[in-house]
Design a binder for this molecule. Structure first.
Ligand code: ACM
Length: 672
């Protein structure tokens, strides 16, 4: 469609391609998130010279948008920034300047019109200009006459106002530069909230000038200075992204107690949590006035540092056993008629809420804070399951979804993409209740994530979640999502994200003297174990380097997914079988070539069972393919042997699994 190139105006009978229809069309554009409304016409604009900007109604974010567009266009096309004056006009009109501090629900809509002569981008608010520019960059593609943008008319706006990403900076500290490049990635897919998890048992990550013991005693020297925080907030604002801080209390607060032991519910933790042998993780003591005194002092400072209206207090996974065992706390609860741990946490939350309200903030917390007597302006983040989303909305609270969007659980993009905030119990809520579901957030906990790995754990899967939160609910085609995601995955590299490059460099490093292509062939069939599988077989430690193959490979293997799809089709379609056979041969024969290199390196030796199993699976797959091709029946006994090999190959090793197992099983079962 994009190559039609018919210039005559008379030919420009609009081909109306509504978003959900085009999403399944072979000529689909590489847009992600897919816009609310899109009309594509035959024809395209040539962009072999940088456009001539005509900007009106600018604020500093529009200025940034123009610079960003120019720089990215130049990077992605190789056309120098200033190469003559022959480029088409790019008319940008922003009707008003936005709020000084970006607010929830601020207008992000935009209208984009591209024809053969010019580009027009119009929005009521600078946020719309930022979003529209990202859409435009995704439309730039090579054509028969060089770089082009297809003729389109786009009318776009987000489905949900809160589209976020949480990054845990406590378990592993993430330097500012790494957050910045991920803010650029977020902006590229129209996310608008970066939620920073800034304190936990493993470390406290922000400089306090009022409570200096936090960084002095509880950060291991790894924390953001206040000037870095201000710089980061300004950087995010320029890109239309809010930063919401989280300081997790009263649980997940060993770092607080290392700095201020007098706040502990006891026994006092001896140090920051480093590994699974650090058992004692008591919450703060909510019965002490000194707890609220420190919270008042510290939150007073942080509410000024972080300008966003929302302030996250954590509130998750409070271990009440420490309160149960503490006689003084029990006596206090009795005297104050507080019946159980949940009620004690609710008391604590109300006290904290009052502190935040005094500083003009709305309190946010994980869904454990849910309790009917909290002020109605509290925001509840659902993580334990979608039911808590519906419960919070029913109780009158604003709420957002994270259950189903935990990126640390290593699920494929398709699984995250299928999560729908307004499904299940939420689907049957009254309209006013549904309106309280304001969006969602992906979450990246960092027990097994270092700065080197972070990008690869976020991207490209985060883009699929971004689409769920921005695009109309009808945009659900998984095959289309994967096609477009592959392009987004590639183009995110222009923002200096390292999801592909670091993965490759780490695999190179692990290979050492072994031929890296052999290691890559093995890796192509592997994924990290899912859910909390890694924590069950390997103890967590902040001290151990994350430098093994499980840390280097992407959470989702594209070759394995394509192989699985190919297998399903090839069972019925003989024309696809040569390709299937080629892949199976490569996997079968890899082990013989790789084996001799494995014992020589600790980074390779634990891969031996996987390499062996992959070869066995390749053999079984080839046998099954032969039988399918011959049409001769397979003896029951032989089939059972094959299935036994398949089952034996499904056990994880070195924290990874061979993910082509179901496809091979499918081939075995498809034998006559
Ligand atoms: C959480 O995952 N504990 C919020």
């Amino acid at each position: 469609m994009r190559e039609i190139g018919m210039k005559a105006k008379t030919f420009r009978v609009a081909i109306l391609l509504l978003s959900s229809v085009l999403c399944c069309n072979a000529a689909e554009l590489h847009l992600m998130p897919w816009p609310a409304q899109l009309e594509q016409r035959p024809g395209f604009l040539n962009l072999n010279q940088p456009p001539q900007f005509e900007v009106s109604g600018a604020d500093e974010r529009v200025t940034y948008a123009v610079r960003h567009f120019s720089e990215q266009l130049s990077a992605r096309t190789g056309v120098p920034l200033r190469s003559g004056n022959g480029g088409p006009p790019f008319v940008i009109h922003c009707k008003s300047s936005g709020a000084k501090i970006q607010t929830l629900g601020e207008d992000e809509s935009y209208q984009l019109n591209v024809d053969e002569k010019k580009i027009e981008l119009t929005a009521d608010n600078p946020l719309g200009i930022l979003r529209g520019v990202e859409t435009l960059l995704q439309l730039v593609q090579p054509g028969v006459q060089g770089w082009t943008i297809p003729d389109v008319q786009i009318n776009d706006h987000p489905r949900f106002a809160w589209r976020g990403l949480m990054i845990d900076t406590s378990r592993h500290f993430m330097p500012v530069e790494i957050l910045k490049r991920n803010i650029d990635g977020m902006a590229a897919v129209k996310l608008n909230i970066l939620h920073l998890h800034l304190s936990d048992d493993e470390g406290f990550r922000v400089e306090s000038r009022r409570c200096r013991k936090f960084q002095a005693l509880a950060s291991d020297g790894a924390f953001y200075t206040q000037s870095q925080i201000r710089d980061l907030i300004a950087y995010a604002r320029e890109r239309g992204i809010r930063i919401v801080p989280e300081f997790d209390v009263p649980g997940h607060s060993v770092s607080w107690q290392v700095a201020y032991p007098e706040l502990s519910s006891l026994p006092l933790p001896s140090r920051l949590v480093r590994d699974d042998t650090d058992h004692d993780r008591p919450p703060l003591d909510p019965t002490l006035e000194s707890t609220y005194k420190l919270l008042g002092k510290f939150f007073g400072e942080m509410t000024a540092l972080f300008p966003d209206k929302y302030f996250h207090i954590g509130g998750d996974e409070v271990d009440g056993k420490y309160w149960d065992k503490n006689e003084r706390i029990q006596a206090w609860m009795h005297a104050h008629n507080i019946k159980d741990d949940h009620a004690l946490q609710a008391y604590f939350n109300k006290r904290v809420q009052a502190i935040l309200a005094k500083h003009g903030k709305r309190m946010e917390g994980w869904d454990e804070i849910l309790s009917p007597d909290l002020p109605q302006d509290t925001l509840v983040q659902s993580w334990r399951g979608p039911e808590t989303l519906a419960s919070a909305a029913k109780m009158g609270f604003q709420t957002l979804l994270s259950a189903g969007w935990y990126l640390d659980l290593m699920y494929p993009a398709s699984q995250h993409y299928a999560v729908e905030p307004l499904s299940g119990e939420s689907a049957s809520l009254a309209q006013a209740e549904q309106a309280r579901i304001i969006g969602g957030e992906a979450a990246q906990w960092a027990e097994y994530v270092t700065p080197e790995i972070l990008d690869n754990r976020l991207w490209p899967r985060l883009a699929a979640i971004a689409e769920r939160l921005w695009s109309p609910a009808s945009v659900t085609d998984q095959a289309s999502m994967y096609r477009r995601l592959a392009v987004v995955n590639r183009d995110l590299e222009w923002l200096d994200l390292t999801h592909r490059t670091n993965s490759q460099r780490m695999i190179d490093r692990i290979a050492g003297d072994a031929p890296v292509d052999l290691l890559e062939t093995l890796a192509s069939a592997l994924e990290p174990v899912k859910e909390y599988g890694r924590g069950r077989t390997e103890s967590f430690s902040t001290q151990i380097p994350l430098n093994r193959l499980v840390d280097a490979i992407p959470p989702e293997s594209d070759p394995a997914r394509r192989f699985t799809e190919l297998t399903a089709s090839a069972v019925h379609d003989p024309s696809l079988r040569p390709e299937l056979r080629k892949q199976l041969l490569q996997w079968r024969d890899n082990d013989a070539k790789l084996q001799s290199f494995l014992p020589g390196s600790v980074f390779l030796s634990d891969l031996a069972p996987l390499s062996h199993d992959l070869s066995a699976l390749g053999s079984v797959g080839l046998e099954a393919l032969d039988t399918i091709e011959s049409g001769q029946p397979m003896a029951q006994e032989k089939r059972s042997q094959q299935l036994a090999i398949v089952e034996a190959s499904s056990a994880p090793h070195a924290e990874m699994m061979i993910v082509i197992v179901p496809a091979i099983r499918h081939l075995v079962e498809a034998q006559p």
